[in-house]
Design a protein around this ligand. Structure first.
Ligand SMILES: Nc1ncnc2c1ncn2[C@@H]1O[C@H](COP(=O)(O)OP(=O)(O)OP(=O)(O)O)[C@@H](O)[C@H]1O
Ligand SMILES: O=P(O)(O)OC[C@H]1O[C@H](OP(=O)(O)OP(=O)(O)O)[C@H](O)[C@@H]1O
Length: 223
């Protein structure tokens, strides 16, 4: 969007909280946001265009500049390593990445296997631990893997812990906390700095108020 901002929004879990946050920041988002299945929603009164993407794809749209900014889970940013700036921790959609598996089991000595939707995160984590593992990439229902003998461990998102519990699995190590972040395309940030700084300032105010504390990233361009 030439004179305004294009924002890539993740459909699914994060969407509702992200819309709520933007509304609290004073952006008047129409009811269409709550009920439509449209993938592009223009809000001309705010000079904003929203594109609704799969959460894993948000950073791709922003890196390629078809969206100026986006909202993405830290899990996606760690996995995708896209060329985008992370401007703000929005502190929504909290969950964490963890290693899990069947209780009281050691990893196989020879060629242990780890199933995950996050191959790069898993690979890096086990490398840091000095363990050589075979990563098996799956697209969902990761908890199935140790249950049917496909892997010794999984690396997956934990939120309430219900999925692990109901499938008789236990958490072994927490890898990283995950919240949603505001990201920006570096070129857009140069060209539309006033617009983007205002968005950041307005969201920052809401997030600080809601969390009642200092943000991790007080300097918006520090990471
Ligand atoms: N319990 C959870 N499971 C997975 N993701 C979560 C959870 N809680 C918060 N999140 C955040 O939500 C994002 C995923 O959202 P969602 O589950 O809607 O997407 P998805 O799994 O990619 O979509 P789909 O299931 O349609 O493929 C993650 O990137 C993460 O940051
Ligand atoms: O700790 P919990 O609250 O149970 O949440 C964690 C579960 O939610 C996610 O799966 P999702 O529902 O997205 O399905 P998927 O397995 O198809 O990715 C994640 O992959 C875990 O399986």
């Amino acid at each position: 969007m030439k004179d305004g901002l294009t924002i890539a929004m993740p459909k699914g879990r994060i969407f509702k909280e992200a819309v709520e946050l933007l509304r609290k920041a004073g952006y008047k988002l129409p009811q269409e946001f709550d009920e439509s299945r449209k993938l592009i929603i223009d809000v001309p009164e705010e000079n904003l265009r929203f594109i609704l993407a799969k959460p894993m794809d948000v950073a791709t749209y922003v890196e390629h500049g078809v969206a100026d900014v986006g909202i993405a889970g830290k899990d996606v940013l760690l996995e995708e390593e896209r060329d985008v700036y992370e401007l703000l921790d929005l502190k929504i959609s909290y969950c964490y990445l963890a290693v899990a598996g069947l209780p009281d089991t050691e990893m196989n000595d020879v060629a242990p296997r780890v199933a995950t939707k996050y191959p790069k995160v898993a690979e890096a984590y086990f490398r840091e631990q000095g363990e050589q593992v075979e990563i098996i990439t799956l697209n969902g229902s990761i908890e199935l893997a140790p249950l049917i003998g496909l892997s010794d461990r999984i690396v997956d998102i934990v939120s309430t812990g219900r999925t692990l519990k109901e499938n008789g699995l236990v958490e072994y190590e927490k890898i990283e906390d995950v919240t949603s972040r505001l990201i920006v395309n570096p070129v857009s940030y140069r060209m539309k700095d006033v617009f983007i700084d205002e968005l950041v300032a307005r969201l920052h105010e809401v997030v600080s108020y809601e969390t009642g504390g200092l943000l991790k990233n007080e300097n918006p361009t520090s990471n």
